[in-house]
Design a protein around this ligand. Sequence first.
Ligand code: TNX
Length: 753
Amino acid sequence: MKKIVAFIFLVVFTISLKAQLPLIPKPNSIKPSVGYFVINKSTGLFSDKVASFEMKYLNDELFLRTGIKLHSSNSKSNSIKLIIHKNVDSLSDLYHLEVSKNGITISANNNAGVFYGIQTLLQLINFDKKQSLKIQYVEIDDTPRYSWRGMHLDVSRHFFPKNFIKKYIDCIAMYKMNVFHWHLTDDQGWRIEIKKYPKLTEVGAWRKGSMVGAYSEQKFDTFQYGGFYTQDDIREIVNYATLRHVTIVPEIEMPGHSLAALSAYPEFSCSGKPVNVGVSWGVENNVYCPSDETFKFLENVLSEVMELFPSKYIHIGGDEVPKNEWVISPLCKDVIRRENLKDEHELQSYFIKRIEKFVNSKGRQIIGWDEILEGGLAPNAAVMSWRGIEGGIAAAKQKHNVVMTPGGYCYFDHYQGNPQNEPLAIGGYTTVEKTYSYEPTPDTLTVDESKYILGAQGNVWTEYISTTKHLEYMSVPRMTALAEVLWSKKEQRNYTDFVSRLTLHFKLLDSLKINYSKSIYELTTKSIANENNNGLKLVITTPFDTTAIRYTTDGSVPNFKSLKYVKPLIINESKMVKAAYFENGKMKGNPVERKFNLSLSTGKKIELVNQPSEYYKGNGAFTLVDGVNGDPLKHGFNWLGWSGRNMDAVIDLGKTESFSEINLTAVNKPESWIYLPKQILVYISNDGVDFIKVATQSEEVIQKSNGKIKIGCGNIQSRYVKVVAECLGKIAEGMPGAGENAWLFIDEISINK
Ligand code: TNX
C-alpha cells in the first residue's frame, strides 16, 4: 500500500513539476525541484545596501499583491535575500534566482539584474490574494538577448496624464523591457514645457478640435483639446523610470511633424505664415525651415530636453518630411548652394547632420526614423527602422546602430483581431502571434553586422486611441509577446507555450486593472486547395484545445452545442462559416467569420510573377483565389501587398472554361500610401505559355470603382488567365507619401461566367 501511495505521489509531483511556470518573458534556464517555500509574515527581507530601492520595491509590490509586509532580517532561513556580486562585469543584466527550503535568493551583477530577478519572483507568486504564498522550489538563470527592449508612446495625437505614464512604465518594467520612447511632439500637439519658449505649450499644446472616426470620413469635432507635461512632471517621471531600470528616450520631431511648434513660432517655417495646431491626422507640408534662427531655436529646445533626460540617445524624428515648402523657398536654395548640396533630400540630410553635431557636442547621440538614411546618414546616428526592415539593414551594413520597429510586427495601433469586433484602428493586422513571430536580427546580415541591431520596439501611435483603457487594450498583450522576443533565447520561442503562460497572466493583469485584449482566443483560419483543385478546404486552428472549436454554416453565432470541428471543412459552394473557441461551455474571444463566394477561379492553381512584400504576403498567391474577399479595413490580412511593383498572376482553371467577367478588389487608402492600380490588363492562353490580351480596365473606371473592380471581357473560352494590376509607382507630389513607392493591395480574383 505504502508503495502505491508513494508512486501516486511521485506521479502527481512529476506532473506538477512539468506544469507551466507563468513566466513572461521565458527565462533562459528553469530547474524546478520538489517542494515549496511559503512566504509568511515572519519571512525576513535582506538586501545589500546598494539594492535598497529594489528591496523597497519588492516589499511594496508583495504587499500590493498579498497584503503581507516583510520585515528586514538577515536570518539564514525563512528569508528573501537580494545580493549584488562585487567586482564582476556589472554591465551584464543577468540574475540568478533560487527558491529552496531556506528561502529565496536573487543574486546579480548589478541593480538591474536584481530588479529583473524580482520581476520573475513576483510572477511566481500566485496572483490570487486568498491563496497561500507557496512558491515552488526552482533555480533560474536568466539574461536578456537584446539591449533595446522598447515601447513607444505617442502623447501628441492624444495626451495621457502623468499617473498613467507611470502605469505604462510599470508595465514595461514588469515584462523586463527597458526603453520608453516618448513621442512628445508632433503636428497635433507639443507636450513638453520648454522654459525659453513658453508659447510652445501655451499655444502649441492646444488644438481647436480633433478628427472623429475614420480618416476617409473627414469628420471633425470643435472641442479644444490638449495638455502638456511640466518640467517638474518630466523630472518626476524620469526618476520613476530610472529606478525601474527603464531609460526614457525623448523624441522631438524635426524637420517635419512640427506644426504645433510652428503654430507658436511661425517664424521658423519657410513661409512664416501663421498656422494652427493640427486637427487632422496625416502628413503636413509645413515643416521647419533650415535657417540659422531655426537651428538656434532647436538647439535651445534640445539643451533643455537633454537637461531633463539623461538618456544616451535623443530621438530627433526625421520621418515624413514633404519637400514642397523647401522647393519654393529662396532660403533653402541659398543653403543648398552654400553647402554644395544636390537637392532637397540632401538638405534634409544636412539638417539632421547639423543637429547631430550639436547633440554630439553635449555628449549624446541622435536616433531617427529610417528617412534619415536618405541623402546620407549623419556620422554617428542610430536608425529606427519603421518602413519595413530595409532601412535597418542598410544602416547596420554602414556600421550604425539600429532599433527595429517594422509596421507589420511592431505597430500596436494596428488591428489585433477581426476589425468587425475591434474598436476603430488605423488599419493593418498585427496579431499577438505575428508580433511573437518577429525576429529582430535579419538573416541577411553577417554576424558582425548583426551586432548593430540593438533590439526592437513596439510603437503605439494614438490617432485613434483617446483613452487610457483603449491604449492598454492596444498595447497588452502584444507588448508581452515582443518582450519575450527581445529577452528570451531564439530557440526557446514557441507560440503555443507562450499563450498558455499568457492566459495565466490574465489574472495578474486583472488585479493590476490593466485592460488587455483577449484576441489570442480568436481562431485562425486558412483556406487550402481541395483535392484536384476542386473547391476548398477550410482549416481552423487555435493554440489552445482544437477539439473545443464549434462552428455553424447557416449564419448563426456558434454556441458550445454547435457542430464540433474535427477536420478541415470542405467548401464547394458559397456559404458563411462562423467558428469560435469554447472553454467550460463559454465562448472565449470573438467568433471568426469567413464568407465564401465561389467562382471559376476559387481554389485553382495560381502563380505570381512578382512576389508580394514580406510583410503582406498573406497565405501566398493562394490568398487571391481562397474564396474570401479581403476586408478593406484589414489590409494586412487576406490581402497581398506590393510596394512599387505590379501584381502579375496566372490562374490555371484546370480545363477550358467559358467566362465573361473578372472581379477583383483593391484597397484605396492614400493616407497609408495604398493606392488603386493604374490599369488592369487581362490575358488568356490555352497552353500557359503564349498569352493574348483580351481586356483592359482604365484608370478612370478604376478610380470611380472605390476598389471593387469589374472587368468585362466578352465571351471567352480559355484555360489560363493572366491578370496584371499595375502599381501606381512613385507617389505624386502633394499626395500622402509623395516621392515614395505606392502600395498596391489586391485580393480575390474571381472569374465569373
Ligand atoms: C507613421 S512611424 C508615422 C506616424 C503615424 C503612424 C501611424 C512614423 C515615423 N510616422 O506619424 O502616427 O505612421 O501608424
